[in-house]
Design a protein around this ligand. Structure first.
Ligand code: FPP
Ligand code: MG
Ligand code: MG
Length: 387
């Protein structure tokens, strides 16, 4: 954490690596179909926060000098594997109906398509690639999410569904997952493949849990401890799974000892939960122009998130509104009023703080250094963020 007048900027610590992120991602997304190429690369034009790649890179550096335990069945690959072309720079399907694969691993990599990374031995090329894969999976989920949520803006610009329509947005998301999977397979690490494949399934499971506020579907649900348990489980699947499992994967690629792998996972899980709790709080407290995406969207979508769930405990009349997903006349406004008057937002912040503290505690035994400071600072920043 920033102590005294020393300020820690996590972005600066891995700036060299992040500089190449967008270029490498765009390379992974190249398609011979010009429109697909445009839609797939659309969200890489606007400025994302790159939270997930940032965490993977910081975790990779922070664990570089932690305890190691080589995993016998993973070949320690050189960059050559990563360098194999994934996308073809030429037009696909051009008078060639047999061309089902855009590239063959046997073709020579054109110079301009070579994987770009700085000359720094602390972060492995496979860990850098993992950072790119996490951003691809996240962006794919946003493409789908904006369709599901009917969102019109994302990253302070028209959302992809608004700019290109639902069909193309969904397909571009699928394409991204496909390319992310190819890149993942090229890491030749089955455990890491399994982790990230599980993340994709978890994102869908979380989204499904969100469609229903509870496991049952009552008209007049009553508040119980289960309400919060269900919400936290959903939140893990929707948000913390990607962060925690990619932190774990970074440690695995770095051949870290099991205790370090577990710590990386625990850090990611707790930070991920804190991150989403704050996200759900900001939906109530910050304007859409500041967020760069619609604010107050959750209630409009019929979603009861942490601030409301905590408010509901002391204001049982919210149950009826939850039951009909705030679809009645004036429900959204009434629910918002009750939440603002209650201590729901404060309780949400307090719970987020607990998770952020747990994240910091998880990595307390990591060797001291800039990257560890950066990971700790991320926990401070998550609590302070306004977008
Ligand atoms: C943003 O949440 C969305 C997610 C964190 C995940 C959404 C997951 C899916 C749509 C499942 C399908 C995904 C894949 C990869 C197959 P939000 O709507 O609360 O946040 P927002 O305010 O940024 O829109
Ligand atoms: Mg959304
Ligand atoms: Mg959503």
């Amino acid at each position: 954490p920033s102590s005294g007048n020393i300020t820690i900027d996590p972005l600066k610590i891995v700036a060299e690596e992040l500089k190449f992120l967008n270029k490498n991602i765009r390379q992974l997304l190249g398609s011979g179909h010009p429109i697909l190429d445009t839609v797939a690369k659309y969200y890489t034009q606007s400025e994302g926060k790159h939270v997930r790649p940032l965490l993977v890179l910081l975790m990779s550096r922070a664990t570089a000098f932690a305890a190691k335990q080589p995993r016998p069945d993973t070949p320690n690959l050189s960059d050559t594997n990563i360098d194999m072309p994934i996308s073809s720079p030429t037009v696909l399907y051009d008078n060639n109906p047999d061309q089902t694969s855009p590239s063959s691993p046997l073709t020579e990599t054109p110079k301009e398509a070579r994987y770009a990374f700085p000359d720094d031995a602390t972060i492995l090329p496979s860990q850098r690639r993992l950072a790119e894969i996490t951003e691809l999976i996240h962006t794919a989920s946003l493409l789908h999410d904006d369709v599901i949520d009917h969102s019109t803006t994302r990253r302070s610009a028209p959302s992809a569904n608004t700019a290109f329509g639902n069909k193309m947005a969904v397909l571009a998301g699928d394409f991204m997952l496909g390319r992310a999977s190819v890149a993942l397979a090229r890491l030749r690490d089955p455990e890491v493949v399994e982790l990230l494949a599980t993340v994709i399934a978890n994102l869908v499971e979380g989204e499904f849990m969100q469609l229903k506020n509870t496991a049952s579907d009552e008209k007049y649900p009553a508040w119980s401890e289960q309400t919060i348990t269900y919400y936290l489980q959903k939140t893990y699947l929707k948000s913390a799974s990607l962060i925690s499992k990619s932190c774990r994967a970074a440690a695995l690629l770095g051949q870290c000892a099991p205790s370090v792998v577990e710590a990386a996972y625990s850090y990611g899980k707790n930070l991920g939960l804190a991150f989403q709790l704050v996200d759900d709080m900001l939906d109530y407290t910050v304007s859409g122009s500041e967020l760069g995406k619609p604010a107050g969207a959750d209630l409009e979508l019929g979603l009861a998130t942490a601030p409301l769930l905590f408010a509901w405990r002391s204001r049982p009349e919210l149950g009826q509104l939850v039951g009909r997903k705030f679809s009645g006349e004036g429900d959204v406004e009434r629910a918002r009023e009750i939440v603002i008057q209650s201590d729901g937002l404060e309780q949400t912040r307090a719970l987020a703080q607990e998770y952020a503290d747990k994240a910091i505690a998880s990595i307390s035994f990591f060797p001291a250094g800039e990257a560890k400071d950066g990971l700790e600072e991320m926990c401070v920043k998550v609590m302070k963020r306004r977008k």
